[in-house]
Design a protein around this ligand. Structure first.
Ligand code: GLU
Length: 389
């Protein structure tokens, strides 16, 4: 069978394939410690499940508008106004099948051959692939531990060409866990305005912050930045709703209408009763978000201390957001796939090779898992590192 060329342009998602492999090994009865997918281990909070159940009981089991339930679009717009100081109304919002899908829709609606999209490295695995699927060219800008893996305004300015359409900003970051300060966001916003490019701000980890880190949405910096900003977010990480597949995109009405048109010919609406769970997530108490954040915070401390105590490994930039540690493995002399495969085979510890994020001398560990797995996994990692000597 001759497949379309676009399939060859992209590589499979390593976050998903490593996670599936670890799950498969578990199903075979193997005791795997998985630090692979960024997926909170908590159950979805009871009030959110109850709202979806009630929607089911009330017969909210039919097709809905492709762009989402009007009540949810309104609730999201209110959230963006209140939490992020972004002046959106329901018309500026589309509900999508997860945060990943909102980014995919946006790339499909905006990017075409010849367009360049600036992506700082390390990046989340799917950004460059989505750009390629849309026919565009990813322009990868290397960052270093010295700048906390953050793109500087000078680097951004230098990467802009007449073909630049979009800049992808992700703070808190997957995979590094770094968070841009409000001053850094403002400085990047100035470049976006001065160069007159668009910016998509992936804010899926906005609620998962530590040590006083602050989240500022780039669109809140100025009116000029706001009109060039597109926001992607979702319910998976903050509310432990990964399998529900509810995310959203916010931006100019014409972009939202374009995405809605694409969605109308592809997925149609997101699962109707799941959207009612999402309404409850936004409109009821936010205590569950804080409870989970506190648990992540404790796990982060333990895991960081353990990793940095293992000779040959280091996590130099202390992450202040999300739930990942980005660990430098360069001293081992192994590349990230060799390291990850060998660790999984010999010690049954699953991590994501940094090559997935454009950094082959790193691995990513998610600490969105329980403390017992963390302690056991770190013991095994220590043993693995000793075995390399
Ligand atoms: N975003 C999560 C991660 O990076 C889930 C997997 C995925 O969607 O890539 O692990």
């Amino acid at each position: 069978m001759k497949l379309a060329a676009r399939v060859d342009r992209v590589t499979p998602s390593l976050t998903l394939s490593v996670t599936a492999k670890a799950l498969g090994m578990k199903a075979e009865g193997i005791d795997v410690c998985s630090f692979s997918a960024g997926e909170p281990d908590f159950d979805t909070p009871a009030h959110i499940k109850a709202a979806a159940q009630q929607a089911l009981d009330e017969g909210k089991t039919r097709y809905g508008p492709a762009a989402g339930e009007p009540l949810l679009r309104e609730a999201i717009a209110r959230k963006l106004q209140q939490d992020n100081q972004l002046n959106y109304t329901a018309e500026n919002v589309i509900v999508t099948n997860g945060g990943k899908h909102s980014l995919y829709n946006m790339m499909m609606a905006l990017i075409e051959p010849g367009d360049e999209v600036i992506i700082p490295v390390p990046y989340w695995v799917s950004y460059p692939e989505m750009v390629k699927l849309a026919g565009g060219t990813p322009v990868l800008v290397q960052t270093t531990a010295a700048t906390g893996y953050k793109i500087t305004p000078a680097q951004l300015r230098q990467a802009v060409t007449p073909q630049t359409k979009l800049f992808v900003l992700n703070s808190p970051s997957n995979p590094t866990g770094m968070v841009y300060t409000p001053a850094e966001i403002s400085a990047l916003a100035e470049v976006v305005v001065e160069q007159d490019i668009l910016v998509v701000s992936d804010e899926i980890y906005e609620k998962i912050l530590y040590q006083g880190a602050e989240h500022l949405s780039i669109g809140a910096v100025s009116h000029e930045a706001f009109v060039r900003t597109i926001v992607s977010n979702g319910f998976a990480k903050a509310y432990s709703m990964t399998g529900w597949r509810v995310g959203y995109l916010a931006g100019a009405v014409e972009l939202i209408k374009a995405c809605s048109k694409l969605q109308g010919h592809s997925t149609s609406n997101v699962c109707t009763f799941a959207q009612y769970g999402a309404i409850a997530a936004l409109s009821e108490s936010q205590d569950c978000v804080e409870r989970m954040r506190l648990a992540f915070s404790q796990r982060r401390e333990v895991m960081l201390e353990r990793i940095n105590a293992i000779p040959g490994l280091s996590c130099v930039v202390k992450p202040t957001g999300a739930f990942y540690l980005f660990v430098d493995i360069s001293k081992t002399g192994l590349n990230s796939r060799e390291f990850s495969n060998s660790l999984l085979e010999s010690q049954q510890v699953a991590v994501i090779p940094g090559i997935a994020f454009g950094a082959d001398d790193h691995i990513r560990l998610s600490y969105a898992t329980d403390m017992t797995t963390i302690e056991k996994g770190m013991d095994r990692l220590e043993k693995f590192m000793r075995s390399l000597k």
